[in-house]
Design a protein around this ligand. Structure first.
Ligand SMILES: Nc1nc2c(ncn2[C@@H]2O[C@H](COP(=O)(O)OP(=O)(O)OP(=O)(O)O)[C@@H](O)[C@H]2O)c(=O)[nH]1
Ligand SMILES: [Mg+2]
Length: 330
């Protein structure tokens, strides 16, 4: 496979404080086959990052005092830094660019859409946004800002994963205000790792960049979830377990246009995966729109015992962020 200037075909870029903290976490945990970049208008944020590829966005307007410019300062800084952003994200061989941002602040919300637009112009093969919306405790102003950011981002990405931080309170029992953002970092890291693994990890039945590209290209909304099961009908149960994720609350997953499922099992376990079990996938898919296209793969995971794990990458479904995030429809 072709490599970009940093030696990978995947670039993950964190934008703004939240995006950078999440990418710092990914970098320190390590994800194979990925080049990390962090970018902000705030030099402190970059100074504190362990990530080697730093991009300080600056514009003449950054120093303007007039408050009517404030909202646009971050965006202008990004636009004016176009020539510096482009080589970092769009080397000829970059095939997948993943932009990470916590929406709700000035920088991430305003800069992430500009970066994705630049990537589009430079013809990066696939541009994906993985963003969060704020916890309720952060207040409605940030939430409204994030909602506007989603709309902006959607115009420029191939697909957008929106993780509503508030739903993490239903996933992690021990989540409180002191560890809330660490849990958000962890969730973003898992999403990025799962996505990148589909491309970089060798699979038994091969799924590769082209399949991910097929699933996420010009798809609008996307989500990544995983589920586990063992025993009888474990394929069906694992998919059902994945679809119970609180992260899917705003998504009508049964309206998905495309789905990619990867099944992981331990080849040394007492119950290796049998080909006939895979008939359950087709049976399960009868719950979906007839037009939903599905591809699936199988891979080894020696950390699993007799459990089967499935990761589901779904895209092109209907979403209704507004009402649910604002909490008026729950
Ligand atoms: N995952 C994660 N999210 C964070 C963290 N800190 C803040 N966020 C989220 O990101 C949103 C935006 O905050 P920041 O990223 O700090 O803001 P910014 O984009 O840098 O914008 P300004 O600093 O206002 O210019 C917040 O509302 C939080 O929901 C963090 O450490 N990790
Ligand atoms: Mg900031």
């Amino acid at each position: 496979m072709d490599k970009n200037q940093f030696g990978t075909i995947i670039t993950v870029m964190g934008v703004g404080g939240g995006g950078i903290n999440a990418v710092n976490h990914m970098y320190s945990q390590g994800i194979d086959g990925v080049t990390f970049v962090v970018s902000d208008t705030d030099k402190h944020q970059l100074d504190e990052s362990p990530v080697p590829n730093l991009l300080l966005l600056s514009a003449n307007t950054t120093h303007e005092q007039s408050s009517c410019y404030d909202v646009d300062v971050a965006r202008r800084a990004a636009v004016e830094s176009d020539s510096e952003i482009a080589p970092l994200i769009a080397d000829n061989n970059t095939k997948l660019l993943i932009i990470i941002a916590g929406l709700g602040g000035e920088t991430g919300t305003n800069v992430a859409p500009v970066v994705t637009r630049i990537a589009r112009e430079k013809e990066v093969a696939l541009t994906v946004g993985i963003v969060t919306t704020p916890f309720q405790f952060e207040g409605s102003e940030r939430i409204q800002m994030a909602l506007a950011g989603i709309e902006d981002m959607r115009k420029h990405v191939d697909s957008l994963f929106v993780i509503n931080n508030q739903y993490l309170t239903e996933i992690y029992n021990d989540l409180d205000q002191s560890n809330a953002f660490a849990k958000s970092d962890e969730t973003l890291t898992t999403a990025v790792r799962s996505l990148c693994d589909l491309i970089t990890v060798k699979n038994l039945i091969c799924i590769d960049f082209n399949d991910v590209n097929w699933t996420l290209r010009k798809s609008g909304s996307a989500m990544f979830i995983s589920g586990y099961a063992s025993g009888e009908r474990r394929v069906t149960k694992a998919i059902e377990n994945a679809l119970e994720s609180p992260l899917l609350k705003d998504c009508n997953i049964f309206s998905a246009k495309k789905m990619m499922m990867n099944f992981y099992y331990n080849p040394d376990s007492e119950s290796p995966l049998l080909m006939e079990e895979m008939n359950e996938v087709q049976a399960f898919m009868s719950n979906f729109d007839q037009d939903t296209d599905i591809i699936w793969g199988i891979a080894y995971d020696n950390t699993l015992e007799d459990q089967l794990k499935v990761t589901v990458l779904a895209s092109g479904f209907n979403v209704s962020y507004n009402s649910k995030i604002a909490g008026t429809n729950r």
